[in-house]
Ligand binder design. Structure first.
Ligand SMILES: Cc1cc2nc3c(=O)[nH]c(=O)nc-3n(C[C@H](O)[C@H](O)[C@H](O)COP(=O)(O)OP(=O)(O)OC[C@H]3O[C@@H](n4cnc5c(N)ncnc54)[C@H](O)[C@@H]3O)c2cc1C
Length: 715
């Protein structure tokens, strides 16, 4: 805490201490008020301005310092000044006092509390962002939330002081009227408690939640009005139509069939979508072959003279095809039909909120449906670099068709896909130059992690060019070249093939979104709310097309929410839960993460402690000569709460599972430390990281006592 804050806190504590030391609370009792009623009325008659001013300032002080007695003061002001003037004084004094308490809480505590419990306050912030002033208004009116608590807690949130002030003034008015009015009948009052009868409390609650109910009603009416533009079928052929049979669409239709809904899955290209055909499956198959080559090169490290590697690139790519074919039955029409899903091969177009047209080889069919799940995925982003279209390029969609290894390959993009493929091709024998506009590879990860990957890449002779912007592509007599810009200088990178891996753009055009007015976000994903619902209450989106993540496991995760909300939303809706989203980049070293890293914690102004454990000390890593890597964990300072974990090294994508579970279920480092891990495994690294955390967070005071105890026991 800064000195200014400490000083202010000391002044406030001093004032509160004086209040209790001089027992000022005795003057804020009903009996005292009654006894002094005649004298105070006399004072008001003789000096009305002074009486009004003193009441106002006294009230502001009590409210600002969060002292007990605001209710009694309202009665007193009512008794002295009557209903009209009393209400005016109390209404302004209580709102100003509340705002001062709010500002004090913000100044003194917000930084510290947000640092520690920022993620917990997010729920309140989200409520405020979503419902705005109505949220605070409801809190003000519902008596379950005390005046003082609201002032202090709101000070910790993002709400603006002016909004807090005026909403408080309006929201507290009904209760002010009740108390001031009761004050005018002071002589007949026997207790303050009885003032708010159950009926009155009920009315306040209704008044408080009415605006929220009204808002919901407006939203419902709004969506009804939207739907009213479209002819509604008298009957629906289906409960659900799912557009796209990638990871998201397959899971969505599976869930719908499992709960006995009539569901149709429409796919225009290949069942399995991106992951099976051009994404996770082929890339991991290629990574395995490339890894074998890299390991063979390390034969000497393992006590072998050499391992002869002889291969044909076309055979490697054929194996990739075989792997796809082996997994294909899992995502096939046959399997899904057996599960109860109607599968249609064709291009879907939403023609109304209740009907989807499918263009198939045998004509156009129109299906009517209660709900629709859009799972149309994403495609490689191709930046508008002059000359690129003319010279030709590869993407993650087309690279799998290569049968001749490019001698010189430029990989454009330093994200996960670019990194995985750059390393594969380098290991297979291409001379790879990786070009990244940003200053680091894997920019979302902490810089030390990018450095570890970059170091390894450079050791494998990948020419990593960061802070290099692709300007144009040219075709020359000697071949093709990428012209880039680095530090204001032009650089020329000759290549035989260029692989474009600069991101993936959601598929949002050409299947009815524009006609229905369904919006697209700045990130070009379909606009949805936290229930994955689009503008229309019966149309949902999930997977790459909905974002914000672009992974198979997040697509499947979202598919559950989209489907359950689409089928049962009228009864109960579920907010998509992103509390523990993990991912991995399958380079060597492998990088896996869940929760916050340092970059994000700093961006979100969340305080953290860092614990590192280096794999070079791990017995299994030493035995396997795979000592590169680490476990890095962010925790809440002074508390056993994990904010995030990054693992780099062998099996990082598997090892991170323990932290995903821990974060998801609120388990701390002590729980990981107290769990038996098999010796000797890489998983032990998690336990050792927890051990380091424990030793750096040991209660030093207690240990000093333990030391004294043992010394005493020794005699
Ligand atoms: C090289 C690469 C490696 C990857 N590696 C991993 C990894 O290791 N781990 C991971 O989690 N993720 C990985 N991903 C990402 C992962 O593949 C995607 O996040 C995931 O496939 C998204 O699934 P989806 O269902 O949202 O979309 P998609 O799989 O793209 O499916 C969408 C489907 O919708 C169909 N479609 C679109 N419009 C229509 C229409 N109008 N009518 C009918 N059908 C339509 C498309 O043909 C497509 O089949 C990788 C991606 C790439 C490119």
């Amino acid at each position: 805490m800064s000195r200014r804050r400490l000083l202010l806190a000391a002044v406030i504590l001093g004032l509160i201490a004086l209040f209790f030391a001089f027992d000022l609370g005795q003057y804020l009792q009903l009996d005292y008020l009654k006894a002094k009623q005649a004298a105070t009325e006399e004072f008001r008659r003789s000096s009305p301005l002074l009486a009004g001013g003193l009441s106002f300032v006294g009230y502001v002080l009590v409210a600002a310092l969060s002292l007990p007695g605001a209710a009694i003061m309202s009665l007193a002001v009512g008794a002295i000044f009557g209903l009209a003037w009393g209400t005016l004084i109390v209404s302004f004094a209580s709102s100003i006092g509340a705002t001062l308490a709010f500002l004090l809480s913000r100044f003194l505590f917000r930084e510290g509390v947000r640092g520690r419990f920022g993620d917990r306050l997010r729920a309140i912030d989200a409520g405020l962002d979503k419902e705005g002033a109505l949220y605070l208004f409801a809190l003000r009116l519902v008596p379950a939330f005390p005046f003082v608590v609201i002032n202090l807690v709101m000070g910790l949130t993002r709400v603006r002081p002016w909004t807090f002030y005026w909403v408080s003034q309006i929201g507290m008015l009904p209760a002010t009227l009740v108390y001031v009015n009761a004050g005018t009948q002071l002589a007949t009052l026997t207790s303050v408690r009885g003032l708010l009868s159950p009926a009155l409390i009920g009315s306040f609650v209704l008044l408080g939640i009415f605006p929220l109910i009204a808002k919901r009603a407006v939203e419902t009416l709004e969506s009804r009005r939207l739907l009213a533009h479209w002819p509604r079928p008298a009957k629906f052929d289906r409960n659900l139509v799912v557009i796209g049979a990638g990871s998201a669409g397959l899971v969505a239709s599976y869930i719908a069939a499992a709960v006995k809904a009539k569901v149709t899955l429409i796919e225009k290209h290949k069942m399995g979508g991106d992951c099976l055909n051009t994404g996770c499956v082929p890339s991991k198959a290629l990574i395995k072959s490339a890894r074998l080559i890299a390991q063979a090169k390390r034969a000497r490290e393992y006590g072998l003279k050499s391992i002869e590697v002889d291969f044909d690139f076309a055979d490697v790519m054929e194996r990739v095809r075989r792997v796809i074919r082996t997994v294909e039955p899992h995502d096939s029409v046959e399997r899904y039909t057996r599960l109860g899903v109607e599968c249609i091969q064709g291009e879907a177009k939403i023609v109304s909120p209740w009907s989807v047209q499918v263009g198939t080889g045998s004509g156009v069919r129109t299906l009517t449906t209660r709900s629709i799940v859009i799972a149309a995925g994403a495609r490689p982003l191709v930046p508008p670099i002059p000359g690129l279209a003319e010279t030709g390029y590869l993407t993650s969609d087309t690279v799998w068709d290569l049968r001749t290894l490019p001698a010189r390959l430029v990989v454009l993009g330093g994200g996960p896909i670019g990194c995985e493929l750059a390393q594969c091709f380098a290991r297979l024998g291409s001379r790879v130059t990786q070009v990244e506009m940003l200053p680091r590879l894997l920019i979302r990860e902490d810089s030390e992690i990018s450095e570890m990957v970059t170091r390894q890449f450079r050791e494998e002779r990948i020419d990593v060019r960061t802070s290099t912007k692709a300007v144009r592509v040219v075709r020359e007599e000697s071949g093709k070249a990428l012209i880039g810009e680095h530090g204001g200088q032009e650089v020329r990178i000759p290549f035989d093939e260029l692989l474009c891996a600069v991101g993936r753009v959601p598929n949002t055009a050409g299947y009815g979104l524009e006609e229905l007015g369904i919006g697209v976000t700045p990130a070009r994903t379909v606009e949805t709310n936290e229930y994955l619902e689009t503008l229309y209450p019966n149309i949902y989106a999930c997977g790459d097309v909905a974002g914000p993540y672009q992974f198979t496991h997040t697509a499947a995760h979202q598919a559950w929410y989209a489907t359950v909300n689409a089928l049962f939303g009228q009864v109960k809706r579920f907010r998509a839960d992103y509390s523990a989203v993990p991912w991995a980049t399958f380079t060597e070293p492998e990088v896996a993460r869940v929760g916050l890293n340092e970059i994000e914690a700093k961006e979100k102004n969340i305080a953290y402690d860092v614990t590192h454990y280096a794999l070079e000390d791990l017995d299994r890593a030493i035995a396997e000569d795979e000592r590169q890597g680490m476990v890095k964990v962010l925790t809440v300072p002074g508390r056993d709460r994990i904010l995030g974990a990054t693992i780099v090294g062998e099996h990082a994508g598997d090892l991170i599972a323990e932290f995903i579970l821990a974060i998801k279920h609120g388990l701390g480092m002590s729980k990981i430390l107290g769990t038996i891990h098999i010796y000797p495994t890489f998983a032990e690294a998690n336990k050792y990281a927890a051990g380091i955390w424990k030793s750096t967070h040991a209660p030093q005071g207690l240990l000093r006592w333990a030391e004294r105890f043992h010394a005493w026991r020794r005699g």
